[in-house]
Write a protein that binds this ligand. Structure first.
Ligand code: MN
Length: 134
């Protein structure tokens, strides 16, 4: 057993190429091989969200606080709340983030495949982000 800060715990701001608005990332674990798990706590300020993207081995999102939105491509926008857990299957195009008026914090858990855990796509439009949740 090891009590560790296994990663650089510096809070980092989400890259503008992949996030809209202000997003903060706090790494939790990037386990050494052969483990694949990666976990990060992500803080979305109101109005912020990821770009559209996929994960080669899927992703679990656990909502820690606030209210947020998640959408899979071709599906409606869903609202998520503290305590909810969302599973995104491998390869499914999606985004996640805050709501226009409320912040949200989630823990994202995903495994890397050959060092890659995400494939980024286009930004989420304001029309998609502001759509009424179903
Ligand atoms: Mn994702």
């Amino acid at each position: 057993m090891e009590i560790t800060r296994a990663v650089d715990c510096t809070t980092r701001r989400g890259n503008d190429a992949w996030f809209t608005g202000t997003v903060w990332q706090d790494p939790i674990v990037e386990a050494p091989d052969p483990a694949r798990i990666r976990a990060v706590r992500v803080t979305f300020e109101p109005g912020s969200r990821t770009a559209w993207h996929t994960h080669p081995l899927g992703q679990t999102l656990h909502i820690v606080s606030g209210t947020g939105r998640v959408q899979t491509f071709g599906g409606g926008v869903r609202e998520v709340h503290a305590g909810d857990t969302v599973w995104i299957p491998p390869g499914e195009k999606h985004w996640h983030g805050a709501t226009p008026t409320q912040g949200m914090v989630h823990i994202a858990l995903h495994e890397h495949l050959d060092g890659k855990h995400v494939d980024w796509m286009e930004p989420v439009s304001d029309d998609d982000f502001n759509a009424q949740p179903g």
